[in-house]
Design a protein around this ligand. Structure first.
Ligand code: GDP
Length: 445
């Protein structure tokens, strides 16, 4: 279902009229699809509606940048607006842990990844910030949960509060606080009990612990795959306990991250971290740009457009396009293309940015096809005479030998270059017919 999203969007974008600025009709057409995309990505309806309205006001009438299509321009505007909503005021990864021992309260439903995230965060605080951390499990209903935290603690080299049978959560919190003070800990983390759903007993318990610990940070851990449920959970916890941030787990799964947008829009609470797997290192600081890209499902087309805006000299490209459309793509043009590829981050960089091409970029890397190939090809072109560059049809056997030798390469290398030239000039002819910006449009498909 999701795979077709970028196709559908680019289909709409292709139909957008080509004019100097975005018309209301253009924007409306594109945004209808964006709204469906958001809903499919698990963004709640009121949030999607509000969001689209904001973008519509922003986009209508905006001038279209020269080297991109109106569709790409809309994507960029939508993307930037997503980032705006997702961004919190403060640095997401910066936890308030001054004034030792600083308490961090971890809350959430059972199975959301609370215990795992507690340990991941402890490891991060220890390794990145050089903090001495103590972890304590308050899950008295599930001895296995207390054991789990102790095992993880041993694994990451972080102390856990010794387990005392029959102690209640508030007593454990008090003991953790005392122990953290005596033991010279910078931070102590309280991993509260979870329930399968929100209930009064759970809330009352977490509240009591909060009052004892007076936490500097109260982080809610929620499963990012649960979409709207995650948002309701967050709202409930925030109303009752007051949270300072959210950790979205299982963002390594298939979910499209729409929960993040609803979460921000509905609760106003910042997303601080995302969990990306079961391993202790699989925790990252929340990055709005990345989630925005994921919600849109457009690969990093936005980055591609940005880079294109930076690197492509519009006039030069336009002239080239005109010649290409007429089938006059020569070695000088190819050389310019190759140089541009290097500028845009090389083959891997380019492919990594195109939707669906990420895997291929890895293959390119493992096959040893890197920028040195691009440079060799440029050297071959440099070794040609002016006439040969303008008219590659002249390249027969004896000329080929001379050119290859001149570049310190083999004739087979030159043959490869010529094959690529032929393929590209065919492609260019097609794309040239699609008009200005055709190349990028092709990349969006
Ligand atoms: P708790 O009940 O909230 O404490 O949940 P746990 O920490 O025990 O996690 C439940 C399961 O989810 C465990 O098997 C974890 O390994 C797994 N888990 C936690 N975070 C992530 C994550 O970010 N990605 C994936 N794939 N699994 C996770």
């Amino acid at each position: 279902m999701f795979e077709n999203l970028s196709e559908r969007l680019s289909g709409v974008f292709d139909r957008l009229t080509k004019q100097g600025s975005l018309s209301e009709e253009d924007v409306k057409t594109a945004l209808r699809e964006v709204r469906v995309a958001l809903l499919e990505a698990d963004v709640s309806l009121p949030v999607a509606r509000d969001f689209v309205k904001t973008v519509q006001d922003k986009a209508t009438g905006q001038a279209v940048t020269k080297s991109v299509t109106p569709g790409q321009q809309v994507v960029k505007i939508v993307h930037d607006a997503l980032v705006d909503v997702l961004k919190g005021e403060a640095e997401p990864g910066a936890l308030k842990v001054d004034n030792p021992p600083a308490p961090i309260l971890m809350v959430g439903l059972q199975g959301g990844g609370k215990t795992t995230t507690t340990a991941k965060l402890a490891k991060r605080l220890k390794e990145r910030d050089g903090k001495k951390v103590l972890m304590a499990s308050l899950d008295v209903n599930r001895p296995a949960a207390m054991e789990q935290l102790a095992i993880l603690g041993t694994q990451i080299g972080v102390d856990t509060l010794p387990i005392v049978k029959g102690e209640n959560p508030v007593a454990i919190a008090k003991r953790a606080k005392t122990q953290a003070g005596l033991g010279g800990y910078d931070v102590y983390m309280l991993d509260t009990a979870g329930r399968l759903s929100i209930d009064e007993e759970l809330m009352a318990q977490v509240e009591a612990v909060r009052d004892v610990a007076n936490p500097r940070e109260t982080l809610l851990v929620v499963d990012g795959l649960t979409g709207q449920d995650a948002v309701n959970t967050a709202q409930n916890f925030d109303d009752r306990i007051g949270i300072t941030g959210v950790v979205l787990t299982r963002m390594d799964g298939d979910g499209r991250g729409g929960a993040a947008l609803s979460m921000r829009a509905v609760t106003g609470k910042p997303i601080r971290f995302v969990g990306l797997g079961e391993k202790m290192d699989a925790l990252e600081t929340f990055e709005p740009e990345r989630i925005a890209g994921r919600i849109l499902g457009m690969g990093d087309i936005v980055a591609l457009v940005e880079k294109a805006q930076e690197t492509i000299e519009a006039e030069q490209a336009e002239k080239m396009m005109k010649r290409m459309a007429k089938g006059q793509f020569n070695m000088n043009d190819l050389r310019m293309q190759l140089e541009q590829m290097i500028k845009m981050g090389g083959m891997q960089g380019m492919m990594g940015m195109m939707p669906g091409m990420g895997k291929m970029a890895k293959q390119v890397e493992s096959a040893g096809l890197d920028d040195s190939i691009l440079k060799q090809q440029i050297a071959l072109i440099q070794s040609m005479t002016k006439k040969e560059r303008a008219n590659p049809a002249l390249l027969q056997a004896s000329r080929k030998k001379r050119i290859a030798a001149g570049a310190g390469l083999e004739v087979s290398d030159l043959n490869r270059l010529m094959k690529m030239h032929r393929q590209m000039s065919d492609m260019m002819k097609k794309m040239g017919k699609m008009g200005k910006g055709g190349m990028l449009k092709q990349a969006m498909k």
